[in-house]
Structures are given as C-alpha cells and as structure tokens.
Write a protein that binds this ligand. Structure first.
Ligand code: NAG
Ligand code: NAG
Ligand code: NAG
Length: 198
C-alpha cells in the first residue's frame, strides 16, 4: 500500500513547490528554473496545494478542494491538465498522511500546522544543472534531500519517521535523484520550448 503511494509522491510528480523569495525563483540571467511548491495545512480544514513556477512565474496551481490543476493564461496547452490533477490528488493524499503522522509524533493533537515543500531544478546556458528538494514544518527546515548520497536528511526528530517511511522502498531515493537530474530537466526544457513557440 505504502509502496505505490511513495512512488507517486516522488516519481511521477509533474507539479511542485516553491517558497516565495527562494533563490531559485530568480535564477541567474544565464539560467532557467522550474520550481514546484507543496503546501499541506491542517486547519481550518485539511488542504493541500501544489504550484509550479517557470523562472518565478506561475504555470499552474492545484488544490485539494477543487481537485483540479488550473493553468495560468499562456500555459494552457503545455500539458494534459486532467493527468496533472489526478497525480496531485494522489500526492495530496500522501502529503496529508505525512502531516498527520508528524503531528501525532509531536503530540500535536490539533491546531494549525503546515508542511511545505519545494523542489525543482535549474538549467544554465553552459549546461550546468542543479536540483533540490526539501520540506519545512511550521517554517523550520524539516527534511532535505541529498542527491549525492542519495538520502533524505532529517532535521527534526519527527523527520526520522518520515525518512524511514520514504526510504522503506530501497529504490525510492534513486528515483528521487533521477527525477531531479533527468525528469525535471526534461520538463524544464519542455516549458522553455513551449514559451518560445507560444
Ligand atoms: C555556468 O553558468 C552559470 C551561470 O552563468 C555559472 O554560475 C556557472 O559557474 C557556470 N559553470 C561553469 C562550469 O562554467
Ligand atoms: C494522460 O493520461 C493518459 C492515461 O493515463 C495517457 O494515456 C496520456 O499519455 C497522458 N497524457 C499526457 C500528456 O501525459
Ligand atoms: C485541542 O483539543 C483538546 C481536546 O479535545 C481541547 O481541549 C483543546 O481546546 C483543543 N485546542 C485547540 C487549539 O483547538
């Protein structure tokens, strides 16, 4: 049961996360960036949102209320939005499960808590690439992906259990690495190309 969800969460994602003001929102002149942002909050009612940004400009947003990924004007035909909606529905369900487990571990029965993540990649004209993936819990760094190991690095006690969960399938970290180094760059190029021709 957990295996497929983890795979969806880390492998298939076509949507993402960003923290406003994060350096990747404004990449260096010679570079382009594709950044995704997840926000998963507990109150006033559970809500998961996912957004994608190309060079800091919003491409689409998804929320678990409408269960629809809605493109910004100008990005309408870059993707099949029904597919993105379905994928984000699954990622949202998994993210809510993670949030509940963190709250339970922290003995936070109720109250307002937020798990927010950002992940994505940059591609420069000289071919240099970067990839990054991390989550904050209530605005403090919670867990971070180390692409070179590859492994999730916990930054809070509750992150230890999340790491175990995410790494239970031994292939998961390699898929996350491959996502950042290959899939994300391919997606970024698709957005670059679409932008030039539309
Ligand atoms: C590639 O270009 C980027 C952005 O201009 C720069 O920061 C980086 O140092 C360059 N890398 C190499 C290997 O030239
Ligand atoms: C959307 O999903 C359908 C069914 O899974 C698949 O056949 C199709 O290739 C997907 N389209 C895109 C653009 O990914
Ligand atoms: C949390 O739940 C407890 C027990 O149900 C209740 O006494 C308390 O007022 C609640 N706190 C908040 C912030 O809702």
């Amino acid at each position: 049961m957990m295996g497929p969800l983890v795979t969806v969460f880390f492998l298939l994602l076509f949507s993402g996360t960003i923290v406003l003001g994060h350096k990747y929102h404004k990449p260096e002149k010679q570079c382009d960036s594709l950044v995704y942002e997840d926000v998963d909050r507990s109150e006033p009612k559970p809500l998961f949102t996912n957004k994608a940004f190309f060079n800091g400009n919003l491409i689409y947003q998804y929320d678990s209320d409408s269960q629809r990924a809605v493109p910004e004007p100008g990005w309408d035909n870059v993707k099949n939005w029904n597919n993105v909606s379905q994928l984000q529905k699954q990622r949202g369900d998994f993210a809510m499960e993670n949030l509940q487990e963190i709250m339970k571990f922290n003995k936070q029965v109720n109250g307002s808590h937020i798990l927010s993540g950002h992940y994505g990649c940059t591609l420069c004209q000289n071919g240099t690439t970067e990839g990054f993936w991390s989550y904050d819990y209530d605005d403090k760094l919670f867990i971070e992906f180390d692409k070179e190991k590859p492994a999730w690095i916990p930054k809070q006690p509750a992150a230890e259990i999340i790491k175990q969960k995410w790494e239970k399938d031994p292939g998961a970290v390699n898929r996350a690495k491959a996502y950042l180094e290959k899939t994300c760059i391919d997606e970024l190029k698709k957005y670059q190309h679409y932008k030039k021709t539309n």
